[in-house]
Design a protein around this ligand. Structure first.
Ligand code: ZN
Length: 140
């Protein structure tokens, strides 16, 4: 979390589990760097807006808070992506298992090619099936 290096501590003093704002001298009993940023940027739900913050400091921490929000959103997106990737891999594995067991249903029936990925899957299955048939006719 926020350590000593956070630039917000140039604008306030850490006191116990809270801080004291350098501009309005308002102490807050409990709250970390983010609370102080919200106080300076006038963005807090749970902290008062700073009445004495210089305009450029207010703008700076408003941008900081936006960046934090953006990073959080990016993390969310990445999590969704890796979940989707895991699912694709799982489907791939399932297809391979079906091929191995020669129990592949007619996968194209009643299904529209909704995505390129599906097309890739299907092509791969067809190729693998062909190979499986050939192997079988050769008596392997
Ligand atoms: Zn203040």
């Amino acid at each position: 979390m926020a350590g000593r290096a956070d630039p917000v501590w140039e604008h306030g003093e850490k006191i116990g589990s809270g801080w004291k704002c350098k501009y309005c001298r308002e102490p807050k009993a409990g709250g970390g760097a983010t609370r102080l940023k919200e106080h300076l940027a006038h963005r807090g739900n749970d902290v008062k807006d700073c009445p004495s913050v210089p305009k450029e400091v207010k703008a700076f921490f408003a941008r900081e808070l936006d960046k934090i929000k953006e990073r959080k959103r990016e993390r969310e997106r990445q999590r969704h992506r890796s979940t989707a990737a895991a699912r694709t891999q799982y489907v791939d594995l399932e297809m391979r298992t079906m091929i191995l067991n020669y129990k592949l249903p007619s996968i194209n029936q009643g299904r529209s090619m909704s995505s390129e990925k599906e097309l890739v899957h299907d092509t791969r299955v067809v190729v693998a099936l062909d190979r499986a048939k050939r192997d079988r006719s050769l008596g392997c």
